[in-house]
Ligand binder design. Structure first.
Ligand code: SME
Length: 165
């Protein structure tokens, strides 16, 4: 198991992700436990980018329930059915990545932390079409995420899917 993370200095966002993706493969390829792998993925994303909150919510019936994360205290449960709440609930229900440049302009955003200003949420859909979890990254700045984050966060979700679902 890999125990140190190599973070290239002065690298672009894309180069940081490229380096990260290779290291995540090495990190999860020999471990079968989903929670352990999600915990380390949250840690390496946080160590690389240092956003306000980085973590996972897992499907639990009609809700999402808090999974492994790095950052401040978070909401424990987020409804998905019958009415999705927040960006996480919307991503889980609509089964698509949500890029939110300004959370105050997103109707129904859940203010787990008043410091959160922008976010990206990427759902993992299994082969039967069910949402199994979401990756949620929150930033204390506006406009922190773009299509590069979307591309690589979706790649990371695909790696988790290939490994565990
Ligand atoms: N921002 C999320 C809620 C979870 S946290 O902030 C950790 C949302 O609106 O879905």
């Amino acid at each position: 198991m890999v125990e140190t993370l190599h973070i290239p200095q002065d690298a672009s966002k894309e180069d940081l992700y490229k380096s990260l993706v290779v290291q995540i493969v090495a990190l999860i390829e020999h471990e079968n436990n989903l929670i352990a792998n999600l915990a380390n993925i949250a840690a390496v994303l946080d160590m690389t980018f240092g956003h306000l909150w980085t973590g996972f919510y897992l499907e639990d019936g009609d809700n999402l329930v808090l999974g492994p994360f790095q950052g401040p205290l978070a909401c424990t449960r987020i409804p998905v059915k019958p009415v999705p709440r927040g960006v996480c609930g919307a991503a889980a229900a609509e089964q698509k990545t949500m890029l939110v440049p300004d959370v105050d302009k997103f109707g129904g955003h859940i203010a787990c932390s008043s410091a959160s200003r922008s976010e990206i949420v990427v759902p993992l859909i299994d082969n039967s079409g069910k949402t199994r979890l979401v990756l949620d990254i929150d930033s204390s700045e506006l406009n922190s995420f773009n299509e590069i984050d979307q591309l690589y966060c979706e790649q990371i979700i695909q790696m988790i899917k290939d490994r565990h679902y």
